[in-house]
Design a protein around this ligand. Structure first.
Ligand code: PLP
Length: 434
C-alpha cells in the first residue's frame, strides 16, 4: 500500500468524498455517488443511456475539475511568475501548488523535478530531443518495445534524420506479454536509452518496468516510462520504480486536455538542454548570449497552462480522495468481469491475453470489421474505440487492421459491461456470426 496518496487528501473536500468510500463487500467504492460527479454520464446517445468505454483515449471530467477551470477564469486569472500584482501572485501560487500536488501524487523527491507539458506526447518529444541532441552520436542505440504508442516511436525516428541512431525493439509474445528476457541480448555497449510504455494502450498489458529499469541501470542506461495508461489506473511511486523519466497526460486521469507531466530525476534534467526557447525559461538574454533559468522553468518556455495545471491538481485530489488502490481494485474487477462475459460470445478473439493487465480489453468478433462493430455499438449508446489505437506495429504483429477496444474508468459498472456484451452479441447476429 502506498501511504503517500493519503497525504494528497485535501481536507476541504474530504467530507464530500468520504461518502464515496464505502465498505461494500463487492466494491470498495460507491460508484453511484461517483457517477453523480460526472454530469456527462447522464447523457443519452440516440435515445440510449451513454455507456462510456473510451477512457483510454480520454476520461470524462468530474464537476470539481470543470468548476476549477471556470472559477480560475472568473476569479483568479492573470499571467504567472512575472507579475507583482495580486492576481498574478495568486495565480502563480496556485500553479506552483499544483506542481506540489503532482509531486506528491507520483512521489517525486522535489517539485522542481515536475515539468508541465501539453501531454505525454510533448513530454516524450522533449526528452527525446534534448537527450539525443546532447548525449547521442552516430551509431548509438535506443531500445523501445513492440507495443509502443506512436508517440514513443516517431520522436526517435525524427532524431534519426539528424544522427544515425539505431532503434531496437523488445518483442512481445502471442499473448501480448513483453519478452523481457530478450533485453539482455538487446543491450550492448552502444545502448544509450531505454523507453518503454508502462501499460499498452492497445493490449492492456502491464509491463514489468521495475525489472526493466533495474536491468538498464545495471548498465548505466537511463529509462523513460510512458505512464499515459498507468497513472490513471494504479498507484505510482517514481522513486520506488527508480524511473529516470516518467510521463503522463492530464486528460486521461480526469483532468483537462492540454496539460501533462514530465517527471525527471533532477540530475538528468540538469544535464539536458532546454527543449524550446522563449519567455520563462531564461535567466538573462542578450543578442550575444542567453543563460537559462533553473529547474523546472528551464523546460517551460512561454506562458504555462496555469489554468490546466490547477485543474489537473483538482483531478489528482479527486482520485486521491477515492484512493488509487480502490480505483485499481474496481477496474481490475471490471476487466475480469468483461473478459468472462465477452468470452461467451462465439468467434470472439481477444488481442492481448497477458495476466498482468489493466483497464482495457481489445477484441475482434469473427471477421466483422472493428469499425462496423464500433458503429453498431455507437447506435446503442456505447462508446468504444476502433482501429489501430496509434499502435500500428501491434496490429502488424497480430496481422490485423485494428481492434475494438473497451477501456474502463472509475465510474464504469458491471451493468454497463452487460450492455456492451449484449451490444456485441446483437452486432454479431446482424452480421450473421451467431
Ligand atoms: N502513450 C500511450 C501509451 C497512450 O495511450 C497515449 C494516448 O493514447 C499517448 C502516449 C499519447 O498521449 P497524448 O495524446 O495525451 O499525448
Amino acid at each position: 500500500m502506498h501511504f503517500y496518496h493519503k497525504e494528497v487528501l485535501d481536507w476541504h473536500f474530504f467530507n464530500t468524498f468520504a461518502q464515496n468510500i464505502k465498505n461494500d463487500s463487492k466494491m470498495s467504492i460507491n460508484i453511484e455517488k461517483i457517477r453523480e460527479d460526472f454530469p456527462i454520464l447522464k447523457k443519452e446517445i440516440y435515445g440510449k443511456p451513454l455507456v462510456y468505454m473510451d477512457n483510454a483515449a480520454t476520461t470524462q471530467k468530474p464537476l470539481c475539475v470543470v468548476e476549477k477551470i471556470s472559477e480560475n477564469y472568473l476569479n483568479h486569472n492573470a499571467n504567472i511568475h512575472r507579475g507583482v500584482h495580486f492576481l498574478s501572485q495568486e495565480a502563480t501560487e496556485a500553479h506552483e501548488a499544483a506542481r506540489e500536488t503532482v509531486r506528491k501524487f507520483i512521489n517525486a523527491k522535489y517539485a522542481r523535478e515536475i515539468i508541465f507539458t501539453r501531454g505525454t506526447t510533448e513530454a516524450i518529444n522533449l526528452v527525446v530531443s534534448s537527450f539525443c541532441r546532447s548525449q547521442c552520436k552516430d551509431g548509438d542505440e535506443v531500445i523501445i518495445t513492440q507495443m509502443e504508442h506512436h508517440s514513443n516511436i516517431v520522436p526517435w525516428q525524427l532524431q534519426q534524420q539528424d544522427r544515425d541512431i539505431r532503434l531496437k525493439v523488445i518483442p512481445f509474445d502471442a499473448d501480448g506479454v513483453l519478452q523481457v528476457d530478450q533485453l539482455d541480448q538487446l543491450i550492448t555497449g552502444k545502448t544509450k536509452f531505454i523507453s518503454v510504455t508502462h501499460v499498452s494502450n492497445a493490449l492492456g498489458t502491464v509491463n514489468p518496468v521495475r525489472e526493466i529499469i533495474r536491468k538498464a541501470h545495471a548498465h548505466g542506461i537511463p529509462v523513460l516510462v510512458d505512464g499515459a495508461q498507468s497513472v490513471p489506473h494504479m498507484p505510482i511511486d517514481v522513486q520506488e520504480l527508480d524511473a529516470d523519466f516518467y510521463v503522463f497526460s492530464g486528460h486521461k486521469i480526469y483532468g483537462p486536455t492540454g496539460i501533462g507531466v514530465l517527471y525527471g530525476k533532477e540530475a538528468w534534467l540538469d544535464k539536458l538542454p532546454p527543449y524550446q526557447g522563449g519567455g520563462e525559461m531564461i535567466k538573462k538574454v542578450t543578442f550575444e548570449k542567453t543563460t537559462f533559468n533553473e529547474l523546472p522553468f528551464k523546460f517551460e518556455a512561454g506562458t504555462p497552462d496555469y489554468i490546466g495545471s490547477t485543474a489537473l491538481a483538482a483531478a489528482l485530489n479527486y482520485v486521491s480522495q477515492i484512493g488509487m488502490a480502490n480505483i485499481a481494485e474496481h477496474e481490475q474487477q471490471l476487466v475480469r468481469y468483461a473478459k468472462e462475459k465477452l468470452s461467451g460470445i462465439e468467434h470472439i478473439r481477444f488481442i492481448g491475453n497477458a495476466k498482468e493487465r489493466s483497464g482495457l480489453i481489445s477484441f475482434l468478433v469473427g471477421d466483422i470489421h472493428p469499425y462496423d462493430l464500433g458503429s453498431i455499438l455507437d447506435k446503442l449508446g456505447i462508446a468504444v474505440r476502433t482501429g489501430h489505437h496509434c499502435a500500428e506495429p501491434v496490429m502488424t504483429a497480430f496481422g490485423i487492421e485494428g481492434t475494438v477496444r473497451a477501456s474502463f474508468g472509475l465510474y464504469n459498472t458491471e451493468e454497463e459491461i452487460d450492455t456492451l456484451v449484449a451490444g456485441v452479441e446483437r452486432a454479431a447476429k446482424m452480421f450473421g456470426r451467431r
